[in-house]
Ligand binder design. Structure first.
Ligand code: HEM
Length: 156
């Protein structure tokens, strides 16, 4: 097995953990949390799952980026990131930058404050959090799907 194939395996595994976990939170945990009779309890359920997942995803998102940069270097693909015909490569990079910013800048800076501010209306906070998760999951699924099609030559 060559090093690029190995990097591709790390890339895909990291993405399975990151986006699969986000799908679980969005499609299983949040709907359950929204249905708990006491919204304070629902919020506590969401927070405990999210805290554990966000500690793990702080590893898988950087691994996805490092393996991606490694492949880009080894395949000499940097110019392709600027080619509009290969827009799916730019899509991967943008999504990764968005999540790195959320995980390492926004969450540490204002995550706790946002939760505290929303605690007076836990049901409203949960439904806002669910909307944001749906948006991020939709964008991630679109990027992952188009990246597979693009990497295998099906997007022109
Ligand atoms: C720093 C960010 C990233 C960089 C530099 C990067 C780079 C790359 C490169 C160079 C390839 C190989 C392309 C080819 O074979 O022509 C690739 C493949 C791929 N990437 Fe990324 N990527 C990044 C982030 C992401 C993200 C965020 C996702 C998912 C949402 C993603 C999903 C994929 C998928 C599914 C493949 C194709 C795997 C296959 O079927 O062979 N990448 N990436």
């Amino acid at each position: 097995m060559d090093d690029v194939t190995l990097a591709r395996a790390f890339h895909v595994l990291a993405i399975i953990h990151w986006i699969g976990g986000m799908a679980f939170v969005t499609l299983v945990v949040l709907p359950l949390a929204c249905r708990v009779a006491d919204p304070h309890e629902g919020l506590a359920l969401f927070e405990s799952v999210e805290r554990r997942f966000s500690a793990q995803v702080r590893l898988s998102v950087p691994v996805a980026g490092l393996s991606g940069f490694y492949m880009a270097e080894r395949l000499d693909a940097w110019a392709r990131f600027l080619d509009p015909a290969q827009w799916w490569l730019g899509g991967m990079l943008l999504l990764w930058l968005l999540f790195m910013t959320i995980l390492f800048v926004v969450e540490p800076a204002i995550g706790v404050r946002l939760l505290e501010a929303g605690r007076s209306d836990p049901a409203g906070l949960l439904s806002r959090v669910a909307r944001v998760h749906w948006l991020l999951l939709g964008a991630s699924a679109a990027v992952a799907g188009t990246a597979v099609l693009g990497a295998h030559g099906l997007l022109g």
